[in-house]
Design a protein around this ligand. Structure first.
Ligand SMILES: [Zn+2]
Length: 284
């Protein structure tokens, strides 16, 4: 799904559109979703701001036949998911904006949210959806599960292609793996991510994301085979020849893995700051 394409009905009671947004490469848009039926609906992640983005969100509501918007639901509070909230409220509000309690203080200026915890059931006309705790990419991340169609609106839990970013300070690899397992236990048929293609092989995309994380962990572990190594050294091992502009993001991702390994006492931190060096723990 790409910017400029029409809204798409991707399952019973679920519509999607690609909304231009200021997001991480390789993406240029965030998918907004509408869960609803019988003229009412919930908007999930309005995406970016600006005229083009506004037009996409409006087209989504039109395609779904929404006459009454029940509220805006957020998967998390990264700017590429929430920049469009204020505009959506202006055009389709007033409605409540629901967000994980950890995200309440992270909303754009002028937007206030209501707390939405995991395992909440929300009604949308004759249908319903439930919230799923999915921290890891962000500590305030929720996914939305439509049990009748076995569709998971996944936010940034996974990308439709490639991997999603998990890095410090807010990301957590152990939480992320647990979230993937929680999502897999639902046995989704459709996984509808915020970026990239929608995936009808739901279990497969979750398994791929898990395998990717474990592969990255193995690469970091291998990077410590010859003795202590700095964060920069490990980044070069895992992401060789990276554009220096991306070093910070890459190092924060490596650090998120190192934190997991440190908590498992497989890796020790030897230095005084995030640069390390890091070493395999005896018996690790
Ligand atoms: Zn995000």
């Amino acid at each position: 799904m790409n910017p400029g394409e029409d809204a798409r009905r991707c399952a019973e009671g679920l519509w999607a559109i690609s909304v231009p947004s200021d997001t991480l490469a390789p993406w240029t848009s965030t998918h907004a979703y509408l869960v609803g039926d019988a003229g009412v609906g919930w908007l999930i992640d309005p995406g970016g701001a600006g005229a083009e983005a506004d037009a996409a969100v409006d087209a989504l509501l039109r395609a779904a036949g929404v006459r009454h918007l029940k509220g805006i639901l957020l998967t998390h509070t990264h700017p590429d998911h929430v920049a469009g909230v204020a505009g959506a409220l202006r055009r389709h509000g007033p409605v409540d904006v629901w967000v994980h309690p950890a995200g309440l203080g992270r909303l754009p200026p002028g937007v206030s949210g209501k707390p939405l915890g995991p395992d909440r059931r929300l009604v949308a006309g004759p249908r319903f959806l439930t919230t799923v705790a999915t921290p890891g990419h962000a500590s305030d991340h929720l996914a939305y599960w439509l049990p009748e169609t076995r569709a998971l609106v996944a936010g940034d839990l996974v990308a439709g292609r490639g991997s999603t970013w998990v890095g410090t300070p807010d990301g957590d690899v152990a939480d992320y793996l647990a979230s993937l397992a929680r999502a897999a236990a639902l046995d989704p048929r459709l996984v509808a991510p915020a970026h990239g293609p929608l995936r009808t092989d739901g279990r497969q995309v979750l398994d791929e994301a898990r395998e990717h994380r474990l592969e990255r962990e193995r690469a970091i572990w291998d990077g410590l085979a010859d003795g202590p190594a700095t964060l920069a050294h490990l980044r070069e091992q895992v992401y060789p020849g990276l554009d220096p502009a991306a070093h910070d993001l890459a190092e924060r991702s490596v650090l998120a893995h190192l934190r997991k390994l440190m908590r498992e006492t497989r890796v020790m931190h030897l230095g005084t700051d995030a640069e390390g060096p890091f070493a395999r723990a005896p018996g690790g």
